[in-house]
Design a protein around this ligand. Structure first.
Ligand code: PMP
Length: 362
């Protein structure tokens, strides 16, 4: 589609073309129901079929067992920064955080309001370019959970395997690598993710939580943040983000059609490989600050040795229909987000442009 840009935004982000066209074809009159998904009762049989299919497809994709609830919530991952301590611990409980970038730091700060978090490792002094090695980590002996951010969207560091906490449960923010590869859900007490990077539009937040953790929320927990309320009501306690859930459902179907997350991961590895190779093979013209072993397959930050050319790089790329390549305002440089829905052709085009830009400016 010539009128579509290659959108390298970190989120909201590019969605699969097939999914958008399917949504378009169903927008006006969803499957003969005489109305759009936006207009339906969230308690009618049509929408119930949509949310149930979305949940069951997500369960298939991630191989989620019946020991876990899957919740479709609102408020973004940011709301979960508060909901997690409110639901899982009491105000005097100790919880551990590994801080690998801006997002885990935000989660840590919010948890200070509802628990006693401590940062057991921080990558701040190394500008968030690393993930710690797990056997060196000293956890608090009475920690109730260990919180990690599986993929730092701004800094581009991603866990390649997960720590097994000695103390407490493992809790992970997977906002920016959700459904990008297979995950052993059984290792986690709770996984959460905003939808707007890999699986849908903003407005839907997915929580996968072990059922036996539900039902112990602090007294002050707002009803909208109480997992028990949402679990008991199958995510329909109040009006859910119906259209967003429908879109997530279409994305889950598409991921299954592609052969599931094993196949999706292979494509993501290929895309990331050609982009990192272009950076590393540029004789220092481009540079990625992240330690090689933990480079994200989803968010690729890079800088130009001649940093004065960065604005020109971004401008020229946009002229060639590659947009949203500017790095986060907190770190500068460039960032290419290459989520599931970014086609290989988009990354190939970016790499060709990078080589050409270097040839003209080296
Ligand atoms: N965690 C991560 C890893 C993120 O990338 C983001 C959003 N960029 C958030 C949390 C916050 O998500 P939201 O904007 O949905 O609240």
């Amino acid at each position: 589609h010539q009128d579509r840009l290659f959108n390298f935004a970190a989120g909201p982000a590019t969605l699969p073309e097939k999914v958008l066209l399917k949504a378009q074809s169903e927008l006006y009159n969803w499957r003969g129901s005489g109305m759009s998904v936006m207009e339906m009762s969230h308690r009618g049989k049509e929408f119930l079929s949509i949310i149930q299919k979305a949940e069951s497809d997500l369960r298939t994709l991630l191989n989620i067992s019946d020991d876990y609830s899957v919740l479709f919530l609102q408020g973004g991952a940011t709301t979960q920064f508060a909901a997690i301590p409110l639901n899982l611990v009491s105000p005097s409980d100790t919880v551990d955080f590994i801080v690998t970038g801006s997002w885990s730091d935000k989660a840590f700060k919010e948890a200070q309001k509802y628990s006693k978090p401590s940062t057991i490792w921080s990558g701040k002094s190394e500008k968030y370019t690393k993930i710690p090695s797990f056997h060196d980590l000293e956890q608090n002996p009475d920690a109730k959970f260990l919180h990690i951010c599986a993929n730092e969207t701004i800094h581009g560091v991603e866990y390649k395997d997960y720590p097994s906490p000695k103390n407490g449960l493992l809790v992970a923010d997977m906002s920016s690598n959700f459904c990008s590869k297979p995950v052993d859900v059984s290792k986690f007490g709770l996984i959460y993710a905003g939808a707007q990077k890999n699986v849908g539009p903003s407005g839907v937040t997915i929580v996968i939580i072990k059922k036996d953790l539900i039902g112990n929320a602090q007294e002050i927990t707002p009803v909208m943040l109480d997992y028990k309320i949402h679990a008991d009501n199958n995510s329909l306690y109040n009006t859910p983000p119906c259209y967003g859930i429908y879109m997530c459902g279409l994305v889950f179907e598409d991921l299954l059609d592609q052969g599931g997350l094993v196949e999706v991961e292979k494509k993501n590895e290929k895309k990331a490989e050609i982009l990192y190779n272009a950076i590393d093979g540029s004789n220092g013209f481009y540079r990625c600050p992240v330690e090689k072993s933990v480079r994200s397959l989803m968010n690729v930050p890079f800088t130009l040795e001649k940093s004065e050319l960065e604005a020109e790089f971004i401008k020229e790329a946009a002229k060639e229909n590659m947009v949203q390549l500017k790095g986060h305002r907190s770190v500068g440089g460039m960032r290419a987000s290459i989520y599931n829905a970014m086609p290989l052709a988009g990354v190939e085009k970016l790499v060709a442009f990078m080589k050409d830009f270097q040839a003209r400016n080296a």
